[in-house]
Write a protein that binds this ligand. Structure first.
Ligand SMILES: *[C@@H]1O[C@H](CO)[C@@H](O)[C@H](O)[C@H]1NC(C)=O
Ligand SMILES: *[C@@H]1O[C@H](CO)[C@@H](O)[C@H](O)[C@H]1NC(C)=O
Ligand SMILES: *[C@@H]1O[C@H](CO)[C@@H](O)[C@H](O)[C@H]1NC(C)=O
Ligand SMILES: *[C@@H]1O[C@H](CO)[C@@H](O)[C@H](O)[C@H]1NC(C)=O
Ligand SMILES: *[C@@H]1O[C@H](CO)[C@@H](O)[C@H](O)[C@H]1NC(C)=O
Ligand SMILES: *[C@@H]1O[C@H](CO)[C@@H](O)[C@H](O)[C@H]1NC(C)=O
Length: 487
């Protein structure tokens, strides 16, 4: 489950590659008329597919939505930013540039028009905790009086903290901040109100990084989430573990819109893209992971010739973290393949949603078991599921499966419309201004955790034990049972 801080970024260096890719794709387009795959029809109504997602009106009243933010000593958050060079220990890239603009990184201009000017940034995928905190500082229902608060936010930068120590052998060094943090928290009057069950943390790395189960030095990560106090709290992060008090919310992408109309302009752009490829994969093989489907996917993509476009993310081949490269590719494809990577999830899921490219999942842990607040319950509405339980049983035929789905043009366009409607729910809007109508990923996450805490409060009011089902391990969470493929 190791996911080192390999810095996956949206830097903007290899523009010449884009030019090369454009050239290659132009050749493809000139030689083959794939007009069957090129569709700009947008007349399929979403009503066929249930109520449109992402168009709900935002709650106006703060009743039941007040949040108290703990004023933690700066060693738990700000100091990591002040000493940003040290976060990068063990990698050869510098994290400091990615901390500017509320944690969004620097702005990206794009003369080719694949992005919208002024709302794309070189955002590091591991900076959710900084982005979330900055957004929370402008949350409309903050309170300084914790007795009014429905939830208590603990702005500890757990991911930046552990990235200092990921390669440090000493267990006591790795766990030291976590232990200091809970010691600080339980001394506060807010703790005793619900024994921490109304507290939540937000981390920019996968939850497994905080779930070290033994004190064996070769074991990965910290023990933060197994400390008794921490078990009483909830944590939101880019990938949840199999324990019930961990919740997944979207990875930060590079798109941080300021206004509703910017989102609508982007959605409209995605509705009218020409999509010459049936499917696409951006990624690298994982030859050292025995059960990885990536090798098979790459083989099939190559064998499918003009139907599939591959963006090889092997070191040095293409800059897959440059959103210009990724958006250009994903905007030109109907389906985007999303196999597991080093862990179950990948930021690419959200890049494909941004591009209006229907994601194809191979494992329920990649999205369905994760982003329950942000993505629709009925996964057939917005995605294709081709379960691969064991790569040894791999049956070739992604191309035929997708061609078959593509025959039902109305269904595919309905799915695409659902994907496009999801865009506001998976972006972290710029806190400089406020979205009026759309709920973004932050709003959805805050709504989700407030509901969760409210149900715990209800349990306590009813005199029941709130620990039942709160932090249990769920062995089935990432198994295939319960997610039946429909294709
Ligand atoms: C976006 O910015 C680039 C420079 O970064 C400029 O060349 C281009 O014309 C701009 N596009 C629009 C639509 O304003
Ligand atoms: C909380 O208190 C601080 C310092 O007294 C003040 O600056 C801030 O505006 C207050 N915030 C709210 C939401 O009342
Ligand atoms: C581990 O952390 C300690 C305390 O910060 C530090 O002195 C030591 O050099 C670190 N070791 C490694 C291998 O990073
Ligand atoms: C966790 O919550 C339970 C009540 O649900 C409480 O009895 C226990 O003391 C709490 N643990 C800590 C470390 O505060
Ligand atoms: C689909 O992929 C297989 C390899 O998995 C290949 O043999 C076949 O030609 C492809 N079909 C099409 C229509 O591209
Ligand atoms: C889920 O959506 C698909 C197509 O979008 C539909 O056929 C199916 O009936 C839905 N399932 C449920 C349980 O609503």
């Amino acid at each position: 489950m190791e996911k080192p801080i390999s810095v996956k970024l949206c830097n903007n260096q290899q523009l010449w590659l884009v030019v090369l890719i454009s050239f290659v794709s132009c050749l493809v387009l000139v030689c083959f008329d794939y007009s069957a795959l090129t569709s700009t029809e947008t007349d399929v109504t979403t009503s066929l597919f249930g109520p449109a997602i992402g168009t709900q009106t935002k709650p106006r009243s703060c009743f039941g939505r007040y949040i108290y933010v703990h004023d933690l000593p700066s060693r738990f958050n700000q100091e990591f930013l002040d000493n940003c060079e040290s976060i990068t220990r063990g990698t050869n890239s510098n994290m400091c540039p990615y901390l500017v603009n509320s944690g969004f990184g620097s702005k990206i201009g794009d003369s080719q028009g694949f992005l919208l000017n002024n709302s794309w940034y070189s955002t590091n995928q591991f900076l959710l905790e900084v982005i979330f905190h900055n957004r929370m500082k402008r949350y409309e229902c903050l309170t300084n009086d914790s007795s009014f608060a429905s939830a208590v936010y603990v702005p500890f930068y757990a991911g930046l903290d552990i990235s200092h120590y990921l390669w440090n052998v000493s267990i006591s060094v790795r766990d030291s901040s976590a232990k200091e943090l809970v010691k600080w928290l339980i001394d506060k009057p807010e703790w005793r109100r619900m024994w921490g069950r109304d507290h939540f943390l937000v981390a920019g790395r996968i939850s497994w990084d905080f779930r070290r189960q033994t004190d064996d030095e070769s074991d990965w990560g910290s023990k933060l989430r197994f400390l008794p106090e921490s078990k009483n709290m909830s944590m939101l992060s880019i990938e949840s573990s199999s324990w019930d008090n961990d919740y997944a919310i979207p990875y930060p992408t590079c798109f941080h819109p300021k206004t509703d109309s910017e989102i609508e302009a982007w959605q409209e752009k995605m509705r009218t893209q020409k999509r010459p490829y049936l499917f696409t994969f951006a990624g690298a093989p994982r030859p050292d992971l025995d059960n990885s489907v990536r090798g098979k996917i790459i083989e099939e993509c190559k064998a499918s010739k003009k139907l599939c476009k591959l963006l090889d993310c092997n070191y040095g081949v293409t800059d897959c973290d440059n959103p210009v490269n990724l958006m250009k590719l994903f905007q030109s494809s109907v389906f985007c393949l999303q196999p597991t990577g080093d862990s179950y999830t990948r930021r690419s899921i959200f890049d494909s949603i941004l591009a209006g490219c229907i994601p194809v999942f191979f494992h329920p842990g990649t999205a369905y078991a994760q982003y329950k607040w942000n993505l629709p319950k009925n996964y057939s509405d917005y995605s294709v599921y081709i379960p691969v339980r064991d790569v040894k049983d791999w049956k070739a035929g992604i191309n035929e499966t997708l061609l078959h789905i593509w025959e039902d043009r109305e269904r595919v366009l309905g799915m695409r419309e659902q994907v496009i409607n999801l865009i506001p729910r998976v972006v972290y809007a710029d806190p400089i201004s406020r979205l009026e109508r759309f709920e973004d990923a932050f709003d959805v996450a805050v709504g989700g955790i407030l509901d969760r805490i409210e149900s715990v409060r209800r349990t306590i009011r009813e005199g029941k034990d709130p620990s039942v089902g709160f932090a249990d391990g769920d062995d089935y969470k990432y198994t295939f049972s319960g997610y039946v493929g429909e294709t």
